[in-house]
Design a protein around this ligand. Structure first.
Ligand code: HEC
Length: 146
């Protein structure tokens, strides 16, 4: 009788529980790790798309900050002064200047400093190279953020 009681007291924790208790911390580490290492991937804002598209497609000629280079300065809202109409700005980026004869006037005829003219014909057309959404984003970036 006494032996049986002793045995029962010792067996209060069932044998199967031991491997579970041993495995628990490892499981906990894996569980936390599974969430901890996941990067919180957020969709790019249109502004971030515009900035990325500008850096990789326009900055070589217009400067990293739009300060100008082989292409005219775009910083300080210059592009929006040339193209008060955003649709005309979008159209310009789609067609570029390579297809236009030198001397072709473009943009606002009443632009302060005079209407702009194709000088080098060096800007490629971006229709087909960039999606409409990317072109809209880079145009918005040039107008609002440069
Ligand atoms: C290979 C050089 C080159 C690249 C790349 C380039 N441009 Fe141009 N861009 C030019 C040149 C040169 C002009 C001026 C027209 C001319 O003389 O042919 C111009 C003119 C412009 C203008 C008119 C600015 C004004 O006030 O007259 C805008 C806007 C413009 N580019 C936007 C862009 C955008 C947006 C991109 C990228 C998606 C881009 N360009 C990529 C060379 C380039």
């Amino acid at each position: 009788m006494l032996l049986k009681l002793e045995e029962a007291r010792q067996r209060r924790i069932p044998t199967w529980a031991f491997p579970v208790l041993v495995a628990l911390p490892f499981w906990a580490i894996l569980y936390i790790g599974a969430f901890g290492t996941h990067k919180h991937v957020e969709a790019e804002t249109p502004q971030q798309v515009g900035s990325r598209v500008f850096s990789s497609n326009c900055a070589t000629c217009h400067g990293a900050a739009g300060q100008g280079g082989a292409g005219p300065k775009l910083a300080g809202g210059e592009a929006a002064i040339t193209f008060p109409d955003e649709a005309a700005h979008i159209d310009w980026v789609k067609t570029g200047s390579q297809t236009k004869p030198k001397g072709t006037r473009y943009g606002d005829p009443a632009r302060p400093g005079g209407q702009h003219v194709v000088n080098s014909g060096g800007m490629p057309a971006f229709a087909g190279k960039l999606s409409d959404a990317e072109i809209a984003a880079v145009v918005a970036y040039e107008r609002e953020s440069l």
